[in-house]
Design a protein around this ligand. Structure first.
Ligand code: SF4
Ligand code: SF4
Length: 425
């Protein structure tokens, strides 16, 4: 299946929405699209998806906290058939994800994706925010920071600030809720006005969130080198991890040390691990929207890990630079939905038998948000239907249809949807 790759987040003129067959789309068209793809018939549990190699996770972003976008993204990707939605360990964000899932399932009873929250054991790229005081910026600056930001998180004009009235910090500069810490603004500022501030999620607050019925999984971001921080976090979470359905550890490739660190972390987790575990191979963090080549590092990481007979138990899943080209890259190496070597086929909790896929699936972050962002950014800023000041995408079916086409095109690369059923593909 092909998927349109270059999508800017620029709004789409209303006259172009639904272009393709020349008509505006209704909720019935949305339902028909989901039915024709067969999303409502997908009955595999998320674990079965991992075993089959067709697991798809939407990454909202460990630091992305724009609850309006998160709710709408969750709705669109639930209808597109994802297995899991990964979000910030923040109560309002978790609520927004679940609201999006519920809204999607009230349109059509598709499967409920698991909700995963992200924590960090130490300083980590995914847990930082940019900040600067726009009053310090020279008036003649051409504002390259604003142009380079993939999250539309830098707003320097009053007019644009007014459009973002649902956000708490829209007085100019960086909109905290939208910044997810990619760092692209930092090197382009000619006057060194931007700071990147790292933070850690509070362990007790994270443990409390894990006890919620609508949170199913945890992801721990770690640097793959210093496992003592990992142990401190794991011990701090205590009993909270015992009710989970899945524990993911997200790590970059750390050279020869990678496998030994993974084994150490697994031995730390094992005594209190009551569910399956997953290794998220973070190739080139937060870069999937940049271009075709961004996915190479994640694929190279997967090739190394799939061949390693001494790695610990756990599903393997790609992230960091993943985009519409990731499946083709995996296929090239014979790793897309191919079977696991029997030598890695042992686990107490996951069924890592020889019938399991060598790669459990793919998580999509910045690229997934970007392709749907065009439709989200095009919606009117308020919905009169429910007296809401925040736009609900289901109130604008033609935008929902367009967003869903994009999302299904991407998810379908892994779920093997029939490309011919996606109009314009
Ligand atoms: S760090 Fe990234 S998301 Fe945050 S303001 Fe800078 S460019 Fe935007
Ligand atoms: S590039 Fe630097 S100086 Fe220019 S507007 Fe952005 S933060 Fe201010």
């Amino acid at each position: 299946m092909s998927s349109s790759f270059c999508c800017s987040t620029a709004p789409i003129p209303l006259s172009q929405v639904g272009a393709g067959n020349g008509s505006k789309k209704s909720t019935r068209d949305v339902k028909n699209l989901v039915r024709s793809l067969g999303v409502h018939k997908l009955r595999a549990s998320p674990i079965e998806s991992l075993e089959s190699g067709n697991w798809v996770k939407l990454i909202c972003g460990a630091s992305f906290e724009d609850v309006v976008d998160i709710r709408n993204l969750s709705l669109v990707y639930t209808l597109a058939g994802v297995d899991c939605i990964d979000c910030a360990a923040d109560e309002s964000v978790v609520r927004a994800v679940n609201q999006g899932i519920d809204a999607a399932r009230s349109i059509l009873p598709v499967g409920r994706p698991w909700v995963m929250i992200s924590a960090n054991d130490d300083e980590d790229l995914h847990f930082r925010k940019a900040e600067f005081d726009p009053a310090d910026c020279p008036l003649d600056c051409t504002r390259p920071c604003e142009n380079v930001c993939p999250a539309n998180a830098i707003i320097l004009s009053k007019k644009d600030c007014l459009k973002k009235e649902h956000l708490q910090h829209a007085a100019g500069g960086v909109i905290t809720e939208r910044c997810y810490g990619c760092g692209r603004c930092f090197p382009v500022c000619p006057y060194d006005k931007i700071r990147l501030v790292t933070y850690s999620r509070d362990v007790d607050a994270t443990a409390k969130l894990l006890s919620r019925e609508d949170v199913n999984a945890l992801e721990i971001h770690t640097n793959g080198r210093e496992t003592s921080h990992f142990k401190t976090l794991w011990d701090g979470l205590g009993e909270a991890v015992t009710s989970l359905r899945l524990v993911a550890v997200s790590l970059p490739y750390a050279g020869e040390q990678t496998i030994s660190s993974m084994n150490t972390m697994f031995s730390i987790m094992e005594p209190s691990l009551r569910c399956s575990n997953l290794w998220q191979l973070d190739g080139r963090p937060m870069s999937g929207d940049i271009g075709r080549g961004a996915t190479r590092e994640s694929i190279a990481f997967a090739v190394r890990l799939a061949a390693a007979s001494d790695r610990p138990s756990g599903f393997l899943q790609l992230a960091g630079g993943t985009n519409a080209h990731t499946v083709a890259g995996l296929r090239k190496h014979g790793l897309f939905q191919s079977k696991l070597s029997p030598r890695n086929g042992q686990s107490e909790y996951g069924s890592f038998g020889s019938s399991c896929a060598s790669i459990g699936g793919i998580a999509f972050g910045g690229y997934a948000r970007k392709i749907v962002g065009r439709a989200l950014n095009s919606m009117p800023s308020s919905s009169e239907k429910h007296g809401e000041t925040h736009p609900l995408i289901e109130d604008f079916p033609h935008y929902l249809w367009m967003a869903l086409m994009e999302a299904a095109g991407l998810v379908g690369t892994v779920k093997n949807y029939d490309a011919a059923l996606l109009p314009g593909r």
